[in-house]
Design a protein around this ligand. Structure first.
Ligand code: SAH
Length: 289
């Protein structure tokens, strides 16, 4: 059976009485070159354990199983379990877990299944849960590399540079913890049913060390969120609404000046280095109070 052939997929799913669910973000790949290229982009070897989210009927799972030591795939839709039983029967290194990736403990899952292996993530993600899934995966601190197909616009936001309209708090979060790179685009006609948007494959090697020197990471992200909370406003206004109860406008303006920023600077023009500088100054000033 060809897991990317539309006729084979139709007869397989027909036999199992399966209908696509929009709510579960089900768009299955029908272009064999795509799962192959995603697996190559992830680049596991036999020393790697790959966590896949949403295997569908298993077209990417099969490509990963050929390359990796072990593949663990979490599938929310119970109707796909008998399908996967059938399509994955020739692989002895694939484990299907029935569950919701948002409710499972990812760290425990990795520790249980990938002992002695290098943990990676590779998935054609359900698009409605892209950002929370990425945060959960990164916050688990278990993975060496995350390779995912997501909506192209989200991939562009993740990789965006300061000063562009795509740049935001999530760009900073992703660029702080990973070194994201778009590998290639995937048009809607590579899927059944076709999604409305273009997709892109994003590879995020997890950084071993923070790219900038930040004394308090959670405070850093608090400052970043404050800077982007009022997108069209100046940085000083964002800072005032977050820290105004503890610092006066004059004190905050002096602090901006100490960092070498103008009084009218906008948060969206600051890169990681500038946010680190601002955060560390703000942190020290508040601690000294
Ligand atoms: N990997 C397959 C299918 C991608 S579609 C392919 O490329 O063809 C997205 C898949 O994610 C579907 O199988 C869907 O049922 C599953 N899914 C959706 N939400 C999920 C969740 N919260 N946890 C795990 N799987 C989920």
């Amino acid at each position: 059976m060809d897991l990317c052939n539309l006729n084979d997929i139709r007869s397989l799913l027909g036999r199992h009485g399966f209908r696509f669910s929009k709510a579960m973000g089900q768009n299955f790949l029908i272009e064999a070159a795509v799962p192959q290229a995603i697996a190559e982009g992830c680049n596991p070897d036999k020393g790697c354990g790959v966590l896949e989210i949403g295997p569908g009927i298993g077209c990417l799972t099969a490509q990963l199983a050929k390359r990796a030591g072990k593949v663990v795939s979490v599938e929310l839709d119970k109707r796909l379990l008998p399908v996967l039983d059938e399509t994955m029967s020739s692989f002895d290194n694939v484990t299907i877990i029935s569950g919701d990736i948002m409710k499972l403990n990812v760290s425990d899952l990795v520790d249980t299944h990938f002992s002695g292996l290098t943990p990676l993530v590779c998935a054609n993600l359900p698009y409605n849960i892209t950002t929370p899934v990425l945060s959960t995966l990164i916050d688990s601190r278990r993975f060496e590399r995350i390779t995912v197909m997501i909506q192209k616009e989200v991939a562009q936001r993740i990789c965006a540079s300061p000063g562009t309209s795509d740049y935001g708090a999530f760009s900073i979060y992703m660029q702080f913890y990973t070194d994201p790179e778009i590998l290639f685009d995937v048009p809607p006609d590579c899927f059944t049913p076709q999604p409305k948007v273009t997709s892109a494959v994003l590879r995020c090697p997890i950084r071993k060390e923070a790219p900038v020197d930040v004394r308090d990471t959670s405070f850093f992200f608090q400052v970043v969120r404050a800077a982007f909370a009022m997108r069209r406003k100046t940085l000083i206004n964002g800072l005032l609404s977050a820290f105004g109860s503890r610092m006066s406008k004059t004190e905050l303006l002096t602090l901006l000046d100490d960092c070498g920023f103008s009084a009218t600077v906008r948060g969206e023009t600051l890169g990681l280095t500038e946010f680190a500088l601002l955060t560390n100054h703000l942190h020290d000033t508040l601690q000294a109070k």
